[in-house]
Design a protein around this ligand. Structure first.
Ligand code: GSH
Length: 250
C-alpha cells in the first residue's frame, strides 16, 4: 500500500492523521506544504476540497480527518479506531465530530491571531518540517501568508476574544467525555486522536498551557503525545483570558 499524507507544519488535523496512521502501523510518506499555498497544491493534486490533511492511498484521494479515520479502519481494521459496539461507536463518532467541528477552528483562529501579533515563534512551529526551502527564509517571508490566514480563518480580535471566552466550555466537554470513558479509555480511538492534537496545539501557547495541562484534558494530551512543535510566549490580552481563568479556578 502506497500512502502519502499532504499536510501543513503544525496542522492539528494533520497531526491527528499521523497519529492514526502510526496507530495502525501503516507506513506513509509526508509532504509538508506552506499554509495558503497548500490550497493551490491540494487542488492541483485533484482533491475535492482545498484543505489538508489530504491522503493519497494507492492513487485514491481521501480528504478531511474524519473521512480519513473511517477509510483507515476500512483499509486496515486492526487495531480499530472505532469501537465495535454500536452505542460506543456512536459516542466516539459524536466526540470526533465535536473535535472536528467545534474544537479545531477556535484553536486555529487563536494561533493565527497570535502570529499576527508576533511572527518570531513561527520558527519553533516549523521544527522537523520539510518545506523544501530553508526554514529561516520561510519564516522571514511569512508576513503575507499570516495576513491571508488571518483573513481566511476570520481570526479577528472579536472572534478570538469570543473563542477564549468559550474555551472553558470546550475543555469542560473534553473532561466530561474522559470521565464517561469515551475519551482516554483503555483503547485510544479516533476521537482521542482528533482531540489531543487540537489541545496540544493550544498548549504551545504559554498563555493557555497551564490552564489545560492541570486538567484531565491535559493528561489526554500527555498520553496521546501528538508531537506538535511550537512554543509561543505570552501574547493573549489578560482581559480576554479572564473568563477562561475564572472557569478554570471554579
Ligand atoms: N475539519 C477539517 C479541517 C481542515 C482544515 O481547515 N485544514 C487547515 C489546516 S489545519 C487547512 O488546510 N488550511 C489551509 C490553509 O491554512 O491555507 C479536517 O479535520 O480535515
Amino acid at each position: 500500500m502506497e500512502v502519502r499524507l499532504y499536510t501543513i507544519p503544525g496542522s492539528h488535523p494533520g497531526a491527528a492523521v499521523q497519529l492514526m496512521l502510526r496507530h495502525k502501523g501503516i507506513p506513509f510518506k509526508r509532504t509538508d506544504l506552506f499554509p495558503v499555498i497548500s490550497r493551490l497544491v491540494v487542488r492541483a493534486l485533484r482533491f475535492p476540497g482545498p484543505t489538508v490533511p489530504a491522503l493519497k492511498v494507492d492513487g485514491r484521494r481521501i480528504q478531511g480527518s474524519c473521512e480519513i479515520s473511517r477509510e483507515l479502519d476500512r483499509l486496515r481494521p486492526e487495531p480499530p479506531l472505532f469501537p465495535a459496539d454500536p452505542e460506543k461507536r456512536a459516542a466516539v463518532e459524536e466526540v470526533e465530530r465535536f473535535g472536528d467541528e467545534e474544537l479545531q477552528h477556535p484553536i486555529r483562529q487563536i494561533i493565527w491571531w497570535a502570529f499576527q501579533q508576533n511572527s518570531s515563534p513561527l520558527r519553533s512551529y516549523s521544527e522537523g518540517a520539510r518545506l523544501g526551502i530553508p526554514i529561516g527564509l520561510a519564516v522571514r517571508t511569512a508576513a503575507p501568508i499570516i495576513a491571508l490566514e488571518k483573513r481566511i480563518n476570520a481570526a479577528t480580535d472579536e472572534n478570538v476574544r469570543a473563542d477564549l471566552a468559550n474555551l472553558g466550555d470546550l475543555l469542560q466537554r473534553v473532561d466530561e467525555e474522559i470521565a464517561a470513558g469515551t475519551l482516554n479509555g483503555e483503547q485510544l480511538n479516533a476521537a482521542d486522536f482528533q482531540i489531543a492534537p487540537s489541545l496540544g496545539l493550544a498548549m504551545t501557547l504559554q498563555d493557555l498551557r497551564p490552564l489545560i495541562e492541570s486538567r484531565p484534558a491535559g493528561r489526554l494530551v500527555e498520553r496521546v503525545n501528538p508531537q506538535i512543535a511550537g512554543d509561543f510566549p505570552p501574547v493573549l490580552p489578560a482581559a480576554w483570558l479572564e473568563p477562561l481563568r475564572a472557569a478554570s479556578a471554579a
